[in-house]
Ligand binder design. Structure first.
Ligand SMILES: O=C(O)C(=O)C[C@H](O)C(=O)CO
Ligand code: ZN
Length: 281
């Protein structure tokens, strides 16, 4: 039986998505309602067995749900977990060791961590912890990566309205992880396009979670095979699942940020099959 708060989510394959109407496409590729005040939510996806989740601690600290579905005693028994705080300051405690995470600080939690708890410094203006986990083959140390320690890559230009900064927190040349690669991208004011020109990477799947999208604005996320793209209108705090065969790119009606998290064969951020804009249909 499925755990109460570990929801299973299946994605259609590269053929089936072509025949879906808007509603079915949205429910297949968007995780909606991931972020709930006072709750931990976890979705077990079929993208490299990624678990995508959130914890927004308010009155009480939050833990992780039991994991009968995974047939383990605790979530990180055979998994690693990345945490990125997109809210106000909070704390993550890992087997009694407390880590303070300001907004946009991250924590890598290695395989074997048993007791993981989340709390907010201010319960009225809480921390918003994004969670992303994959199966892990080795124990790597838990590591705090503050915003100032992230590796910064500037891409794009004002002329093409795609000027943006990629902040890499868990990556090949940073604190070691088994397969998780994670960070967030920030659009420069006046720029609207992310990941344009787009790419696919057969070797990895990816998950995008948009945040800091103003309530009255939207991001038009592009997905699908390059020769048969589809679009999804996305609002703040919605998550898009990107199978390895799909492009993942977006254009906003205002500046925004998004978390990207990847797992798969390698951790080479630049291992992308780049497309020309003229390849898209
Ligand atoms: O704006 C971008 O470009 C990105 O953020 C790219 C993503 O991180 C990505 O797709 C990595 O594979
Ligand atoms: Zn990508």
């Amino acid at each position: 039986m499925m755990d109460a708060r570990l929801h299973a989510h299946e994605t259609p394959d590269a053929q089936r998505y072509r025949g879906l109407n808007t509603r079915s496409l949205r429910s297949a590729f968007i995780l909606d309602g991931l972020f709930q005040n006072g709750e931990t939510r976890l979705y077990l996806t079929d993208l490299d067995r990624a678990i995508v989740g959130s914890a927004i601690p308010t009155i009480h600290p939050l833990g992780l749900p039991n994991t009968r579905t995974l047939s383990v005693d605790y979530l990180c028994q055979r998994r690693e977990l990345g945490v990125l705080n997109i809210g106000r300051p909070g704390k993550v405690s890992v087997d009694g060791q407390e880590y303070a995470l300001d907004g946009r600080d991250a924590l890598y939690i290695g395989r074997g961590a048993r007791d993981i708890r989340f709390s907010s410094d201010d319960i009225v203006d809480p921390a918003i912890f994004y969670l992303h986990s994959y199966p892990a083959h080795a124990d790597y140390p838990t590591a705090l990566i503050t915003q100032s320690q992230a590796n910064v890559v500037d891409l794009g230009s004002n002329d093409l309205a795609n000027k943006r900064t990629i902040n890499q927190y868990i990556h090949e040349n940073g604190a070691p992880s088994c397969q998780l690669v994670m960070g967030y991208t920030e659009l420069a004011v006046g720029s609207v396009w992310n990941t344009m020109p787009p790419h696919t990477h057969d070797r990895r799947t990816e998950v995008y979670t948009y945040f800091d999208v103003p309530d009255d604005q939207r991001v038009l996320h592009l997905m699908g095979r390059p020769d048969e793209t589809r679009s999804l209108w996305i609002r703040n705090h919605q998550t898009v699942l990107s199978p390895s065969w799909s492009i993942h790119s977006g254009v906003g009606t205002a500046a925004y940020r998004f978390i990207w998290a990847m797992g798969g064969e390698n951790q080479d951020f630049n291992d992308m099959d780049m497309l020309a804009i003229g390849d898209l249909a």
